[in-house]
Design a protein around this ligand. Structure first.
Ligand code: AMP
Ligand code: FE
Ligand code: FE
Ligand code: ZN
Length: 285
């Protein structure tokens, strides 16, 4: 059983349509794939419609949140949400707010870049953003196409870096509220790439324990951005706290170097996740 529980399609910031992503998953030999676009469920129906026989598709999403330490600035925390009710009104409203927030924030980033002479055009970026969930990868693509940077990675390392003068923050969901929203919609919240220090400041063990107290149900232990030590630390925490352990690729098509299925989830952990999700069902034979 090959199980990858974290992928992105062109509905958010991946480069493959949900249908193309299903074909990629199959070609990679996956038995189970979760579609976890940022802030939207818009790809679920297309993934279901394109699902090859034998492939199980877990409907999911990735929610960008903030953890507020008592003695330090907020820390970015990504929550994966699985098997939640896509029509739950509270969660629907928060997703709409986040997509709106993304639009305003990306437009400000692009306006500042353009004002300094970088040839990026907001209307073109929005028009090329099929699912309506705009992110820095879309701006990065435009910068590559305009010849400003050589690659999406270069754009993230320079102009779009969170310490770049062009960077604009977005008002992400409070992590405790995110966990509560996901649980209220019958979903399974899993802390994504929790110790990936290459992404910025990370939370400590006490914060992860507090999240578990608040209803967190799993930790993404194996992820391309984790070192072996970071994965081992998360595996230990999951065991201590009684949380589900997952492993996933965070595939984004050609927007990232990562191949699909480079990290995978153990079948028993997947079964525990299935048992915990009550808001929607996986698409399967
Ligand atoms: P945003 O949500 O707009 O702040 O942009 C962050 C998104 O960009 C996340 O989905 C990341 O997975 C993605 N990302 C971060 N670093 C890189 C990178 N070096 N290359 C491509 N995508 C990246
Ligand atoms: Fe992304
Ligand atoms: Fe993430
Ligand atoms: Zn992701």
């Amino acid at each position: 059983m090959l199980i990858d529980l974290h992928t992105h399609s062109s509905v958010s910031d991946g480069t493959e349509t949900p249908a193309e992503l299903m074909a990629t998953a199959r070609a990679a030999g996956l038995d189970v794939v979760a579609l976890t676009d940022h802030d939207t469920t818009a790809g679920w129906a297309a993934a279901d419609a394109a699902r090859p026989p034998g492939l199980t598709v877990v409907p999911g999403m990735e929610l960008s949140c903030r953890w507020f330490p008592s003695d330090a600035p907020p820390i970015s925390v990504h929550l994966l949400a699985y098997l939640f009710d896509p029509l739950d009104p509270g969660f629907v409203a928060e997703r709409a707010r986040l997509r709106d927030e993304r639009l305003g924030r990306a437009e400000r980033i692009v306006a500042a870049l353009a004002a300094d002479g970088h040839p990026v055009v907001w209307e073109e970026i929005v028009a090329g953003c099929a699912g309506g969930v705009v992110g820095r990868p879309h701006v990065a693509r435009a910068l590559v196409d305009a010849g400003v940077v050589a690659s999406v990675d270069d754009a993230f390392a320079t102009l779009l870096h969170h310490r770049s003068p062009y960077y604009v923050t977005k008002a992400d969901t409070d992590a405790r509220e995110g966990i509560a929203l996901i649980r209220a919609a019958g979903g399974v919240p899993v802390f994504a790439h929790g110790l990936a220090t290459n992404r910025g400041r990370t939370v400590g063990d006490e914060a992860i324990a507090a999240m578990a107290e608040a209803g967190l149900l799993g930790l993404e232990v194996d992820h391309p951005d984790h070192t072996p030590d970071q994965s081992a630390q998360l595996r230990g925490l999951a065991a201590d706290l009684g949380l589900i352990s997952t492993g996933s690729s965070d595939y984004h098509g050609t927007n990232k170097q990562t191949a699909i299925a480079v990290c995978t989830t153990e079948p028993a952990e997947f079964e525990a996740l299935l048992a915990a999700g009550t808001g929607s069902a996986p698409y399967r034979d």
